[in-house]
Design a binder for this molecule. Structure first.
Ligand code: C2E
Ligand code: MG
Ligand code: MG
Ligand code: MG
Length: 292
C-alpha cells in the first residue's frame, strides 16, 4: 500500500546512494535463503479490457517479507538478485506459481484469464532458462498463451540481438511477450518492429501526466498508435483516475492497469475480486441498456 510504497522508495534511494549500505549487504546475503524459505510472495494486479468491461488477467508482482525490514519492494531487491546470480531461480519460481494459479482460475471457471510475469534480461542470457520454461509449460495443463512474459524496454536495449533470439524461442513455446515500461527507454522503432511482441505496456510516467500536461498526451497517443500500427495490443499502466482512463479511451487504448481499477492484492483475494467485478459489470451493462 501507499505507506509501504514510500518506505520502499526511500530504501531504494538509500541503497543507490550508498551501494555498500548495511541493509543492501544484508539483503544480498539473505536473498537466496529467502527464496527457499518462502519469504517471497506475489501480489496480483488486475488488467481490464475497457471496451468489453472484462478482466483479461493479472500481473504478478513480487514482494519480500523480511523478518527485520518488513515488506520489501522489487525495485530494491530485483537488481540485487540480478547481480548475485539468483534472478533466474526467482523468475522460475514466479512462473511456477503463475501456472498453478492459472490452473486454479480454470477450475473456478475462468479459462480466459491470463497472468503476466516480469522477466529480467539476465534470464534471457541464461542458456537453460528457455528450456526450463518449456519444461514448466509441458508439466502444466495450462495453455501457454495464458502466460505473458514482460520485459522492460530498458532491459531489452542492453542486448537487443540476444533478446531477439531468446524472445523468438519463448514465442515459439507459445507464451505471449509484452514490452514493459515502453516510452522511457531508447529503442528504435525499426527494432521494435522486429520483435515477436503481443503487447506494449505504455509506461506509467506517460500515463500519470495525461490529464495535466498536453505534451504527455501527445507522447502517449503516439506510443499507442505505434503499438497498434505494428499489430501489438497497447496496455496503459499506472491509470490512477477516471480522467486518465477517459483520455486513454479516446486514444483507442483498449487495455489498462492501475490503482483506479485495483491495487496489487494477495492471491487469496484475486478470485473473489474477479467475481465481484464481473457481477458489477453485469449491473453496469444493464444500466447502459436502460439508458440506451
Ligand atoms: P512494472 O512491471 O512496471 O509493474 C508496475 C509497478 O507499478 C508495480 O510496482 C505496481 O505496484 C505499480 N503500480 C501499478 N499501478 C499503479 C498506479 O496506478 N500508480 C502507481 N504509482 N503505481 C502503480 P512494484 O510491484 O513495486 O514493481 C516494480 C517493478 O519491479 C515492476 O514494474 C517490475 O519491473 C519489477 N518486478 C516486480 N515483480 C517482479 C518479478 O517477479 N520479477 C522481476 N524480474 N521483476 C519484477
Ligand atoms: Mg511489468
Ligand atoms: Mg511496467
Ligand atoms: Mg514500471
Amino acid at each position: 500500500d501507499a505507506t509501504h510504497h514510500s518506505k520502499g522508495c526511500a530504501a531504494v534511494y538509500q541503497s543507490q546512494y550508498n551501494p555498500y549500505s548495511e541493509r543492501r549487504l544484508t539483503l544480498l546475503a539473505e536473498l537466496d535463503k529467502a527464496i527457499d524459505a518462502n519469504k517471497l510472495c506475489l501480489h496480483f494486479q488486475p488488467q481490464l479490457d475497457i471496451e468489453a468491461d472484462v478482466i483479461t488477467g493479472f500481473e504478478a508482482l513480487i514482494r519480500w517479507t523480511h523478518d527485520d525490514f518488513g515488506q520489501i519492494f522489487p525495485d530494491e531487491f530485483i537488481p540485487l538478485a540480478e547481480q548475485a546470480g539468483h534472478i533466474t531461480k526467482l523468475t522460475l519460481w514466479v512462473i511456477r506459481q503463475a501456472l498453478l494459479h492459472l490452473q486454479e482460475l480454470s477450475q473456478a471457471g475462468y479459462d480466459d484469464i491470463g497472468i503476466a510475469v516480469n522477466i529480467s534480461m539476465v534470464d534471457l542470457e541464461n542458456d537453460s532458462f528457455i528450456e526450463k520454461v518449456q519444461r514448466l509449460l509441458e508439466g502444466s495443463s495450462v495453455a501457454p498463451a495464458r502466460l505473458t512474459l514482460e520485459l522492460t524496454e530498458t532491459a531489452l536495449m542492453q542486448d537487443p540481438e540476444g533478446a531477439l533470439s531468446a524472445l523468438q524461442a519463448l514465442r515459439a513455446a507459445g507464451v505471449l511477450i509484452a514490452l514493459d515500461d515502453f516510452g522511457v527507454g531508447y529503442s528504435s522503432l525499426s527494432y521494435i518492429k522486429k520483435l515477436p511482441l503481443h503487447k506494449v505496456k505504455i509506461d506509467r510516467s506517460l500515463v500519470s501526466d495525461l490529464a495535466s500536461e498536453p505534451d504527455a498526451s501527445v507522447v502517449a497517443r503516439t506510443a499507442i498508435d505505434m503499438s497498434h500500427g505494428l499489430g501489438y495490443e497497447a496496455i496503459a499502466e499506472g491509470v490512477e483516475d477516471i480522467e486518465a482512463l477517459n483520455l486513454l479511451r479516446s486514444m483507442h487504448c483498449r487495455y489498462i492497469q492501475g490503482y483506479w481499477l485495483a491495487r496489487p492484492m494477495p492471491w487469496e483475494f484475486a478470485i473473489e475480486w474477479l467475481r465481484t467485478y464481473a457481477a458489477h459489470a453485469r449491473e453496469r451493462a444493464a444500466e447502459r441498456d436502460i439508458r440506451a
